[in-house]
Write a protein that binds this ligand. Structure first.
Ligand SMILES: Nc1ncnc2c1ncn2[C@@H]1O[C@H](COP(=O)(O)OP(=O)(O)OP(=O)(O)O)[C@@H](O)[C@H]1O
Ligand SMILES: [Mg+2]
Length: 368
């Protein structure tokens, strides 16, 4: 949000309007007739209504898409005059949904006569996202303990089974059918082993080898690798790269893994035909991490496909280990991406609607 320019009155006092304007929280004043009489910049951004449009509009009209909010304002007005606090989704003028916390307080003059209401809105998007990240990291940590125990208990007997199956195969070499069964045992043991290895990879703390990297070079490399796999598919790849992007700070091998997984998923989702769009851009909003932390600069890489998209009920699960809708998927790809991006201090997000493709967005720190 822009900072308001502070103007000092001749007596050295700062006007309350200046203060309200520069607050990060949205502030809206409703007068005693139920009409908007003030709205600061943050409130304009959240509601997507400009202060000049809002002025003198009844709150019932301004917030007609937000019945819960109107109800809270009504409670703050005579005869009740009750302050209330709540959390909910704010639907903006253009229909965008933003999770917010809202406090509505009755305004009174010094004799207790009602003057109207004051609304304070706080954008909870980043808090919600960070809470989600934290929950996922927690789950991964629990899984780590489990995986280490599991690996220890299961890997040795698996080794035994594999060895025995190979011996058996030698013994029954003359019987092709039996030899084939032995092969299946070996193959399946290898599959379980691989799964355990991947699970361990996911939960093992890694050391990142951070270097300034050209993100476009890295993406080109991954595309080269992956395009081979879909060489005879009817797939177009569109690159919208911002050539002015600065180098990012990252571990080349790990980030290659991230974009490999994302692009692989996109191609798998297209299933033979489609369009992959990779976009890189600078983050213009600095408020991406927790407030109070150093304001680092980020870039975003968007990996977008026009496949079948993701069902709404699946969206919250796709970053969880072992969540897969594929017959032969392990469900670890996105969990790995999430871990790596998190370790890089970035974010990974998904936007998708069933039937309308999927976009995975990764933010990464710019090298200083
Ligand atoms: N681009 C996409 N379009 C539609 N669904 C997707 C897309 N990317 C991921 N998904 C969904 O998320 C699930 C989890 O993805 P993830 O990469 O973690 O595992 P996977 O692809 O199923 O298995 P693996 O990556 O281990 O081979 C997928 O099974 C799929 O349902
Ligand atoms: Mg995958």
């Amino acid at each position: 949000m822009k900072n308001a320019v502070m103007t000092e009155a001749p007596d050295g006092k700062i006007s309350w309007e200046n203060i309200l304007t520069s607050l990060e929280d949205g502030v809206i004043l409703i007068d005693r007739n139920g009409k908007a009489s003030f709205m600061n910049q943050a409130a304009e951004t959240l509601t997507e209504i400009s202060a000049s449009q809002a002025l003198h509009q009844p709150h019932t009209a301004l917030f007609k898409k937000n019945a819960w909010l109107v109800e809270m304002v009504n409670k703050s007005r005579p005869p009740h005059q009750i302050a209330s606090r709540g959390e909910g989704d704010l639907t903006s003028r253009r229909g965008r949904q933003v999770p917010v916390s809202l406090t509505v307080s009755p305004l009174q003059d010094r004799y207790g006569r009602p003057l109207g209401s004051v609304l304070v809105l706080r954008d909870l998007t980043h808090r919600k996202e960070l809470e989600e990240d934290l929950k996922r990291s927690d789950r991964l940590a629990q899984l780590g303990t489990l995986a280490a125990g599991l690996a220890h208990e299961v890997k040795n007997p698996l080794g035994g089974i594999r060895g025995a199956a190979q011996l058996l195969k030698r013994e029954v070499a003359s019987n092709a059918a039996l030899a084939q069964y032995a092969d299946i045992v070996v193959r399946e043991v290898d599959r379980v082993n691989l799964l355990i290895e991947q699970l361990l990879d996911l939960t093992r703390p890694t050391t990142l080898h951070l270097d300034p990297l050209n993100i476009h070079e890295l993406l080109e490399e991954v595309l080269l690798l992956e395009r081979e796999a879909v060489a005879d598919w009817d797939v177009t790849v569109k690159k919208i790269f911002d050539p002015s992007l600065p180098p990012i700070m990252g571990d080349r091998a790990q980030l290659t893994q991230v974009f490999l997984n994302l692009i692989k998923n996109a191609f798998q989702a297209m299933n033979g035909k489609g369009r992959l769009t990779i976009t890189t851009r600078m983050e213009t909003d600095f408020h991406i991490r927790e407030q109070g932390k150093k304001r680092n600069q980020f870039i975003w890489v968007d990996v977008e496909d026009d496949g079948p998209g993701i069902r709404e009920e699946d969206l919250q699960h796709i970053f969880s280990p072992f969540f897969t809708t594929k017959n032969n998927g392990s469900g670890l790809g996105l969990a790995v991406c999430h871990r790596i991006v998190n370790e890089h201090g970035g974010l990974i997000r998904v936007e998708s609607r069933e039937g309308e493709g999927a976009t995975f967005k990764v933010s990464l720190l710019v090298a200083e």
